[in-house]
Design a protein around this ligand. Structure first.
Ligand SMILES: NC(=O)c1ccc[n+]([C@@H]2O[C@H](COP(=O)([O-])OP(=O)(O)OC[C@H]3O[C@@H](n4cnc5c(N)ncnc54)[C@H](OP(=O)(O)O)[C@@H]3O)[C@@H](O)[C@H]2O)c1
Length: 381
């Protein structure tokens, strides 16, 4: 069988390492772990070669800001996994992947990424390449959960997804570029919801369109603010009976939500270039200092509609204690479908919308995500 070589850009970072571990565990691919620190890349490769048979991993230097280096690095690679905080080099990475004949997935967040990749969509199709963006859990899960829930209904009227994310930031070391990218993404979010037949931007200064969602015994009932992901755009087209959909996110902690976030938001809207570094440090300090246990991540769907003429009310809750497993497991579940050829097709796709949702859910559960489906009119399972 043809054994593929996957390059993970950011392969020794927090997300990259878990992706590497799961890809080695779940597939037969060879891995190249890449980043700007050759020692770290080689040390991570050695660790994985000690843990997994077959000497399948190598570590190399790669710098996404250097086009010549990217071209060299992508030679002989079948598939590029972007797990690096390199959002601003998305076009260069994608173009180089196209030139080198690689397929592609990223775990980027921001709305600008999709627009950047979409500008290359004709080139991607012409090159017969499969590019997947929006991998991970947010984005990456919300639209997949709604598509999965659709099978429980004859007609779905409301399908909203909420997320709570409480990470012990003290436990992790991040690259400087990751801290900066995180703040850029947090202030760049699009507050859109779908109601009564249209996508509508809400006023983030008012809590009128926030929703309260119950995330269970550990996280309880939380107020959640709308956050649009590209993957949701086509949901009302797939389910035309929907009159409410969207993704909603709970806050981080009281200090970050009420003081740090508004301060950063206004500061960066005014002087983004000068203040980005100090603001990223402030955010990091605030998250590390004020985030308290219980730690963990939950993504929860609430859907209401009709089945066989009766009211139906379904809740599906996915959770994991570790944010990086919660990120990497959906990506690997998607790549399992890509690797067996069942979803590979030329074009630009979103992880949440290209996956076959039933197998996606089963594979995520097998890899350690806790999945609870509750039929509120019947039994939980
Ligand atoms: N979709 C989701 O659900 C989700 C969840 C979590 C994280 N993420 C995203 O995943 C990315 C990584 O997050 P993380 O927490 O794993 O960060 P991290 O631990 O700091 O890792 C970032 C990695 O990127 C590498 N890198 C940074 N700049 C680079 C460059 N110019 N060229 C090559 N490599 C570079 C870093 O290595 P060097 O600095 O040594 O080069 C490091 O290996 C971020 O973009 C984050 O937004 C997405």
């Amino acid at each position: 069988m043809d054994i593929k070589t996957f390059l993970i850009l950011g392969g020794y970072g927090n997300a990259g390492r878990v992706l590497a571990q799961l890809l080695l565990q779940e597939t037969n691919v060879r891995l190249v772990l890449a980043g700007r620190n050759l020692e770290k890349a080689k040390a991570a490769a050695d660790q994985f070669n000690n843990l997994f048979e077959g000497n399948r991993v190598t570590g190399v230097f790669a710098d996404a800001s250097d086009l010549g280096n990217l071209r060299q690095t992508f030679k002989g690679i079948d598939f590029v996994v972007v797990a690096s905080s390199t959002a601003k080099y998305t076009k260069e990475i994608a173009r180089t992947a196209l030139e080198a004949g690689c397929d592609y997935i990223d775990i980027h967040f921001g709305p600008k990424i999709y627009a950047t990749l979409y500008s290359l969509v004709e080139a991607i199709k012409n090159a017969d390449r499969c590019f997947i963006t929006g991998g991970g859990f947010h984005p990456g899960l919300p639209a997949a959960l709604i598509r999965h829930a659709g099978q429980y209904f004859d007609s779905m009227e409301k399908a909203i997804v909420g997320g709570v994310m409480n990470i012990n930031f003290k436990e992790y070391e991040f690259s400087e570029s990751t801290k900066i990218e995180f703040v850029e993404e947090v202030i760049d979010f699009l507050p859109f919801i779908y109601k009564n037949g249209e996508w509508r931007k809400i006023n983030i200064m008012s809590t009128k369109d926030y929703v309260a969602m119950d995330f269970g015994s550990e996280f309880g009932k939380r107020q959640c603010a709308p956050m649009f992901f590209e993957e949701l755009r086509e949901i009302p087209l797939i389910f035309p009976t929907l009159n409410q959909t969207g993704f909603y996110i709970a806050g981080f902690n009281w200090f970050t939500d009420y003081f740090v976030f508004p301060f950063i938001f206004i500061s960066l809207k005014l002087f983004s270039k000068i203040l980005i570094k100090p603001m990223s440090q402030l955010m990091q300090w605030s998250l590390s200092t004020f985030s308290k246990p219980p730690y963990g991540l939950v993504v929860k769907l609430e859907a209401i509609g009709e089945k066989n003429g009766k009211l139906k009310n379904i809740e599906i809750q996915l959770s994991h204690k570790d944010g990086y497993y919660f990120t990497a497991i959906p990506v690997v579940a998607c790549l399992l479908q890509y690797l067996d050829g069942s979803i590979r097709k030329p074009g630009l796709w979103l992880q949440a919308n290209i996956v076959e949702p039933n197998r996606f859910m089963q594979d995520m559960k097998r890899m350690g995500i806790d999945v609870k489906v509750q039929d509120k009119n019947g039994n939980g399972r």
